[in-house]
Design a binder for this molecule. Structure first.
Ligand SMILES: [Zn+2]
Ligand SMILES: [Zn+2]
Ligand SMILES: [Zn+2]
Ligand SMILES: [Zn+2]
Length: 581
C-alpha cells in the first residue's frame, strides 16, 4: 500500500490527509484563521514548510516532503517511499541545494502576489472617491430627463451632526440638484440573487463607463462615529472622497471621511458586494441644503443583469477577518487583496505579541524596587488607522520660515501620519521640471497619479503673504492654515508649476513633527504620466493689473474664463483703490 500523493498547484484547497498529522504549531495558533492552515505537515530537509505543489508523504511517519528536495522527479512518486529520518540514506540533492530551490520558489511566488496586488491596487485607485465631473445618462435616464422639471429632490439621507456640519461647509456641485432629482425617478439597478441565498446588486440595463447606477441612501456619519468593519461590507460604505480637490486642506484628513449606513433607511444599494475586480466606484455631489448625493458609478461596461461590485473600503488592510470578495468567494486564497490582508493581520498579531513580551519583561524588571517607580507603559498605536508606519527618526527640515511664521505654526496640531507622508513624498516624487513647449518650462508628471495623491512637496522660504506685492513667478500663496495667508517662495522643481483656469492639482498641507509645515501639490483628477501639473490661480493673480498666464490658454487668453474674471475685476476697480476680487 502506498500513501504517496501528488498535488499540483500551490493554491489547491487542502483535502484531508490520509492519517491524523500532529500539528507542529499547536501552542502558537490561537485563532481560527491559523487553524485552517497546514493540514499537511511538510517536514523536509530544506527546512521550509510551505507547499510547492509537489509533495510526497512518508509511509512511516506520515510527514510530507518536497519531491524536488528529495531528488525525485516532479509529478512522479515511487510506490513505496520513506523520508530520510525513517530511512537514512544519501540523497542526490544536498540540504543547501534544497534550501536554495525552495527559497527561489517562495520568492517567485511572493513576487507574483505582489505584482497581482499592485495591479489590483492601481485599478482601485484609478477613480475611487471623487466629485462627479462626468456622467453619461443611460437610456432610461435620458427618457426621464425630459419630464423631470417638476418638484425639487427629496432629502433622503439622515445625517449625524458632525456629518451635517462637514457637508454644509462644502461648495455646491454644479448640476447637483437635477442629478439628485433625476436619480430618484428611475432605476438602473435592483437587488438580485447572485447565488441561491446570496443577494447582490444587479443592473437593469446595459451600462457604459461613467454612468450612474444607484444613489447610496442611508444614515451619514463621520467615520469615527460609525461602528464598522475595516474594508466595509454589510451595508456600510466608507467614503474618503469629500475633500478630494478641496484646496488648502489637510491631506488625507480622516476626520473628514464619512460612513453611510444603508441598513435601516436605505435602498437596494445595501446589497452591493465588494470585489478586488470591481466594476464601479463611489462618487459624490453636494446639493443644496447640505444634501450629500453619494452614487455608485460604473467604471467599466456592465451588461444588463450583471452584478455591480464596489472596491473594498480603503482601510481593508486593517481588517482582522477575511474580506468578502465577490470575485473570489469560492476560493479566497486566489484573491490578492485577501492574501495581502492576511499577511498584514499576521504581522500585526506578531507585533502585538512582541510588544506584550517587552511589556512583561519591563514589568518584571521594575518590580524589585517597588517604591513609587511607575511601570513603563509602551506608547499605544497611532490613532490614525491610515498611518502606514510609525516613523521615529528625524524628518529633515527643508523649509526656511521667516518671522513670524514659526509663531503661527506653534499652536497648530500635528497631523497624524504627517511624517510618513513627508518622507514618502520625498522618497517618491511624481513630477519634475521639464519643457512643456519650446522655451517654456513647467512641472510634468513622471508617473501616473490618481486623484488626491501627493505629486510633489513644495519647499522653500515661507513667509506671511505680502498683499501689496504683485504675483512673482515661483511664489505661491497658501491659505489653508486658518492663519493669515502664507506665501512660499519655492526652491525646488515646484517653482516651475504653471497655473491654469482648469487646474489638475491643488495645494494641501500637513503639520509634521517639530512643527514642520509640509505643503504638497496634490492631484484633483487622474493625471497621466508625462502630463503638465497645473495649480489654480490665487487672489494675487486676480488682483494683478497684468494678464494671467494660463497654461491651458497660453495662446488664446480670450478663451480663458479666469482671465475674463480678472479683467472684469480690474475694470470695476478704481485705480489705486482698495483691492478686491
Ligand atoms: Zn523541501
Ligand atoms: Zn518518515
Ligand atoms: Zn478577490
Ligand atoms: Zn485659462
Amino acid at each position: 500500500m502506498s500513501s504517496s500523493r501528488k498535488r499540483i498547484g500551490s493554491y489547491e484547497p487542502p483535502s484531508p490527509p490520509s492519517s491524523k498529522v500532529p500539528r507542529r504549531d499547536v501552542q502558537e495558533s490561537d485563532s481560527s484563521e491559523d487553524e485552517e492552515e497546514d493540514p499537511w505537515e511538510v517536514e523536509c530537509q530544506c527546512g521550509l514548510h510551505h507547499d510547492d505543489g509537489y509533495t510526497v508523504q512518508c509511509d512511516r511517519c506520515k510527514t510530507w516532503q518536497h519531491t524536488v528536495c528529495m531528488g525525485l522527479p516532479k509529478g512522479k512518486v515511487p510506490g513505496a517511499y520513506k523520508c530520510v529520518q525513517c530511512d537514512p540514506r544519501n540523497l542526490s540533492v544536498s540540504k543547501e541545494k534544497a534550501k536554495r530551490i525552495q527559497r527561489k520558489f517562495l520568492e517567485e511566488k511572493w513576487e507574483a502576489e505582489r505584482m497581482e496586488l499592485e495591479r489590483a491596487r492601481r485599478l482601485e485607485a484609478a477613480c475611487q472617491g471623487t466629485i462627479i465631473r462626468k456622467i453619461i445618462p443611460t437610456r432610461s435616464q435620458s427618457l426621464t430627463n425630459r419630464s423631470s422639471q417638476g418638484p425639487k429632490f427629496e432629502q433622503l439621507n439622515q445625517y449625524s451632526k458632525g456629518a451635517y456640519d462637514l457637508i454644509n461647509s462644502l461648495d455646491l456641485t454644479n448640476g447637483a440638484d437635477s442629478l439628485l432629482r433625476d436619480s430618484t425617478l428611475r432605476k438602473s439597478s435592483q437587488k438580485i440573487f447572485v447565488e441561491r441565498f446570496v443577494e447582490g446588486l444587479g443592473t437593469t440595463e446595459n451600462m457604459k463607463e461613467h454612468q450612474l447606477i444607484i444613489q447610496v441612501i442611508g444614515y451619514v456619519s463621520l467615520l469615527h462615529e460609525a461602528s464598522r468593519q475595516p474594508g466595509g461590507g454589510n451595508g456600510m460604505f466608507m467614503y474618503d472622497g469629500l475633500m478630494v480637490g478641496v484646496p488648502g486642506a489637510v491631506i488625507r484628513d480622516c476626520s473628514k471621511f464619512i460612513c453611510i449606513d444603508t441598513k435601516v433607511q436605505g435602498n437596494d444599494s445595501t446589497f452591493t458586494r465588494r470585489s478586488c475586480n470591481s466594476n464601479s466606484v463611489l462618487k459624490h455631489v453636494i446639493g443644496s441644503n447640505g444634501t450629500l448625493g453619494l452614487f455608485i458609478v460604473s467604471t467599466k461596461i456592465i451588461s444588463e443583469n450583471e452584478e455591480v461590485t464596489l472596491p473594498f473600503d480603503p482601510d481593508w488592510k486593517e481588517s482582522d477577518s477575511p474580506l468578502e470578495c465577490a470575485e473570489h468567494s469560492k476560493n479566497l486564497k486566489l484573491c490578492a487583496f485577501e492574501v495581502e490582508r492576511r499577511r498584514q493581520a499576521k504581522e500585526r498579531k506578531k507585533q502585538m505579541k512582541d510588544k506584550e513580551n517587552v511589556k512583561e519583561k519591563t514589568v518584571q524588571k521594575d518590580q524589585p524596587s517597588t517604591s513609587g517607580i511607575p511601570v513603563r507603559v509602551l506608547p499605544s498605536p497611532p490613532p490614525n488607522p491610515f498611518q502606514q508606519s510609525a516613523i521615529t527618526h528625524h524628518i529633515p527640515q527643508l523649509n526656511e520660515y521667516l518671522d513670524p511664521v514659526p509663531d503661527l505654526l506653534k499652536p497648530l496640531q500635528q497631523t497624524s501620519g504627517a511624517d510618513y507622508l513627508l518622507e514618502e513624498s520625498r522618497r517618491n516624487p511624481k513630477a519634475l521640471r521639464a519643457f512643456v513647449s519650446n522655451d517654456v518650462e513647467g512641472l510634468v508628471t513622471s508617473k501616473p497619479v490618481p486623484p488626491e495623491k501627493i505629486i510633489l512637496e513644495m519647499t522653500g522660504t515661507v513667509s506671511i503673504a505680502d498683499e501689496e506685492e504683485g504675483p512673482t513667478t515661483g511664489t505661491f500663496l497658501y491659505k489653508g492654515l486658518g492663519t493669515s495667508p502664507l506665501q512660499i517662495k519655492s526652491n525646488n522643481d515646484t517653482r516651475f508649476t504653471r497655473k491654469s483656469c482648469q487646474p489638475n492639482s491643488v495645494l494641501k498641507h500637513v503639520i509634521g513633527s517639530e512643527k514642520t509645515l509640509g505643503v504638497f501639490i496634490v492631484s484633483v483628477v487622474n493625471i497621466q504620466e508625462d502630463t503638465e501639473v497645473t495649480l489654480p490661480f490665487d487672489m494675487k493673480d486676480f488682483n494683478s493689473e497684468l494678464p494671467l498666464k494660463c497654461a491651458e490658454h497660453s495662446n488664446n487668453s480670450g478663451l480663458c474664463s479666469a482671465e475674463q474674471q480678472r479683467k472684469e475685476a480690474s475694470e470695476e476697480k478704481p485705480k489705486k483703490g482698495k483691492k478686491r476680487r
